[in-house]
Design a protein around this ligand. Structure first.
Ligand code: 7TS
Length: 392
């Protein structure tokens, strides 16, 4: 049976070039980079190259820090808890401004910090499902605000937040800004010179790198305290023996993702739009978020009268992988909070299905998906007790 992977916002295939570049760091050059002998020191040049690629990939300057972490969840935890210890407990600034649609690795940390005295304020989304600068202007009280944390692109809808404008506004008022750029890297250009953020999180496995390795950009002088203490790794900012293979893989994956940005913008978008047009041709179907405001690879669609989960299982029978939204929330029976926040009522929120492409998705796969999905929606509606055709 054909297998089609359309869950690239959950994780991606490792680019074979990345896998090949990582290979020698398992059984040949496996030394601990902190060791003084040659097994340790011989990996240093490759680590340097990897770090250079990460700096170049996001436009960081030499004076800034980019630390290698185990995942974006760690990067997000690191920033929020550093702000808690370094700003919230030490100054009158107790507030973190964020959004209702952050990944749980931001939103759950905020909930936790609230129990420890932080004040969490969620900025309302506009009718497009994003936060615009006028909202930040209305809510930002610089003397009370320790941090603004807003994602670059949403993992469920693919909607892009205007990070350049938001971060510029926060900076002009002396307020620190963090962005979770996990779903932006490799999909849109990400540059910390143009968008003056203080912290930026990313994760290799979302851009065809390996799992278990992520990164955190920290602008020079931004308040910081490590999440993990225990050694002098990463300049004392993140202890733990360095995942050399992962770091090498992430560096190359970042470079390749940026090289492929044009392809993503043109070809991945073309395939996404082809699939989206075909879905919209099915009656009583809607896609969340304006196309021009979304990253090129993502569709969050709602098929009225069909449980998202039922559709996922049906597609799975035909070898097609999609999701009802974030895999991180897939065990919950509650409607997805992101969908509720962007204005879908509870019933519609249950119908949402996310299809996310990558540069490895082929036209043939999209054609097959269109065929299977169209038939599947029709079949499921025929047996659905809640689907009643709209009267013309
Ligand atoms: N931030 C965002 C915006 C994400 O989409 C994810 C994973 C993470 C952080 C966590 O990254 P990790 O490196 O810790 O794995 N998001 C999803 C998703 O949408 N479906 O499955 C995982």
């Amino acid at each position: 049976m054909q297998r089609v992977y359309l869950d690239n916002n959950a994780t991606t295939i490792v680019d074979p070039r990345v896998k090949e570049a990582m290979d020698i760091y398992f059984c040949q050059q496996y030394g601990n980079p902190n060791s003084l002998h040659e097994f340790g020191t011989e990996v240093h040049p490759a680590m340097r190259v990897a770090l250079d690629r990460l700096y170049a990939g996001i436009g960081a300057s030499d004076e800034d820090d980019v630390i290698v972490t185990s995942c974006a969840t760690e990067s997000n935890n690191t920033v929020l808890k550093a702000i808690y210890w370094e700003v919230i407990t030490k100054t009158p600034k107790k507030r973190i401004l964020t959004t209702p649609v952050e990944h749980p690795s931001v939103s759950h940390v905020c909930e936790f910090l609230q129990t420890k005295g932080a004040e969490i304020v969620e900025l309302p989304l506009n009718t497009d499902g994003i936060v615009d600068t006028s909202t930040l202007e209305a809510y930002l009280e610089p003397e009370k605000t320790a941090l603004v944390s807003i994602m670059w692109a949403n993992n469920e809808t693919g909607l892009i937040f205007p990070i350049k404008e938001l971060a510029t506004y926060a900076r002009s008022h002396g307020v620190l800004f963090h962005t979770d750029a996990v779903q932006a890297i490799g999909k849109v250009a990400v540059n910390v010179q143009e968008a003056p953020v203080d912290y930026l999180s990313f994760s290799a496995h979302k851009f065809h790198g390996p799992k278990g390795v992520g990164g955190l950009y920290i602008r020079k002088g931004a308040p910081f305290v490590p999440l993990l203490h225990g050694g002098e790794h990463m300049g004392g900012k993140r202890s733990g023996t360095i995942n050399v293979a992962g770091m090498v893989g992430m560096g190359l994956a970042m470079e390749l993702a940026n090289e492929a940005l044009f392809y993503e913008e043109k070809e991945v978008r073309r395939l996404r739009d082809k699939l989206e047009d075909a879905l919209l041709a099915i009656p009583d179907t809607m896609v969340i978020g304006k196309r021009e405001l979304r990253v090129p690879n993502t569709i969050l669609a709602s098929f009225r009268g069909i449980e998202g989960e039922a559709l996922i299982w049906d597609l799975n029978r035909y070898g097609i992988a999609a999701s009802t939204g974030s895999a991180c929330a897939s065990e919950s029976l509650e409607p997805n909070p992101v969908m509720v926040a962007i204005g879908l009522d509870r019933e519609l929120a249950h119908t949402a299905v996310r299809l996310s492409l990558s540069r490895f998705t082929t036209e043939e796969e999209i054609d097959y998906t269109i065929e299977v999905l169209t038939a599947s929606v029709k079949r499921l509606r025929e047996i659905s007790s809640t689907y009643v055709k709209n009267k013309e």
